[in-house]
Design a protein around this ligand. Structure first.
Ligand code: PAF
Length: 265
C-alpha cells in the first residue's frame, strides 16, 4: 500500500481538493493532515484568528475517502522535541530569509520543522503541495532531496476563482471591496508574463507590475519579483528561460501571496 500525504492547516477550499484529487491518482491511500502549526506564525501574525473549521473540513473530505490526521500540538511537538536546532542550521544554508522569510522571520524554520514531523509520523511515499506557496515548495523540494529521498514531491498548479484570485484560506478575511482590490495581484503577474513574451526588458516589466499593485487603493506591496527556479534568487536582465514570478501584499490587514510560472524570452 502506498500513502500520499497532503499537509494542510485546514480551512479547506477547492485548491486543497485539487491536491487531494492528485494524491488519489498517485497512491493507494490519501492522508490529509490538518494542523495549524504554531511555530510558523510570528508574534504579530494571525495564529489566533486563523480559521479552524475541522468539522466542515472533514465533511469536505468525506466523498474522497481520505484519512484525516489532525494531531494535537503535543503530539507534533512532544516534550524534549529537538528537531528545531538541526532544521535551523540546515535552513540557514537555504533561501529562507528572502521574500516570505524577510517579512516573516522564522516562518520557514517552522514550516520545515512541521513538515519533517509530518513526514516522520505519516511515512508517506508521495507528498502533494500547492504551487501558490512557491518559496515553501522550493524549500520542501530541497529538504526532500537531501533528507527524504524516498518521498516523491508532487506540485499542483494554483486553483483560482473565475476572476483570477488565487484560492487561499485567508481570502475569507477579505471584505467584498478588499476582494476586488486583491485582483490586482494576479493581474499584475499575468500582465507581466505577457509583457515578457515580447522584447520588454525584465527590469521594466517588473517595475510596471510593481507600480500597478502600488496604484491600487488599500493594497500595500511587500514584494513582487521574478526568481530563478533553480535557486530562488532574483533573475537579472540577461536571464532567459522558465522563471517564477512571486508577489506578496497586504490587502487591508490581510496578507496575500500569489505566484505564476512564466518564460523570459
Ligand atoms: O501550506 C500550508 O498550509 C502550511 O505551510 C503547511 C505546509 C501545511 C505546513 O504547516
Amino acid at each position: 500500500m502506498t500513502i500520499a500525504l497532503v499537509p494542510t492547516m485546514g480551512a479547506l477550499h477547492e485548491g486543497h481538493l485539487d491536491l487531494v484529487r492528485r494524491a488519489q491518482e498517485l497512491a493507494d491511500d490519501v492522508v490529509v493532515s490538518i494542523f495549524v502549526n504554531p511555530t510558523q506564525f510570528g508574534a504579530n501574525e494571525d495564529f489566533d484568528k486563523y480559521p479552524r473549521t475541522l468539522e466542515a473540513d472533514r465533511a469536505m473530505l468525506e466523498p474522497f475517502g481520505a484519512t484525516v490526521f489532525a494531531p494535537s500540538v503535543d503530539e507534533v511537538y512532544p516534550e524534549g522535541f529537538d528537531l528545531f536546532a538541526s532544521i535551523r542550521s540546515w535552513a540557514s544554508t537555504q533561501p529562507t530569509t528572502t521574500f516570505e522569510g524577510a517579512t516573516r522571520p522564522e516562518h520557514f524554520e517552522g514550516v520545515l520543522t512541521v513538515v519533517c514531523r509530518l513526514f516522520e509520523m505519516v511515512q508517506p511515499d508521495v507528498v502533494v503541495f500547492g504551487q501558490k506557496d512557491a518559496q515553501q515548495v522550493f524549500l520542501i523540494g530541497k529538504l526532500i532531496e537531501q533528507a527524504f529521498p524516498q518521498i516523491r514531491l508532487e506540485v499542483v498548479p494554483t486553483n483560482r476563482e473565475p476572476d483570477g484570485l488565487a484560492r487561499s484560506s485567508r481570502n475569507r478575511y477579505l471584505s467584498a471591496e478588499e476582494r476586488t482590490h486583491a485582483l490586482v495581484l494576479s493581474r499584475a503577474l499575468i500582465n507581466m508574463s505577457l509583457r515578457l513574451m515580447s522584447a520588454t526588458s525584465t527590469g521594466e516589466a517588473i517595475a510596471e507590475a510593481r507600480a500597478s499593485v502600488e496604484a491600487e487603493p488599500e493594497v500595500r506591496l511587500d514584494y513582487l519579483d521574478i526568481v530563478d527556479p533553480h535557486d530562488f534568487t532574483p533573475v537579472n536582465e540577461q536571464f532567459r528561460g522558465p522563471a517564477t514570478a512571486v508577489v506578496a501584499a497586504w490587502v487591508g490587514s490581510t496578507r496575500l501571496i500569489d505566484t505564476i510560472n512564466l518564460v523570459i524570452n
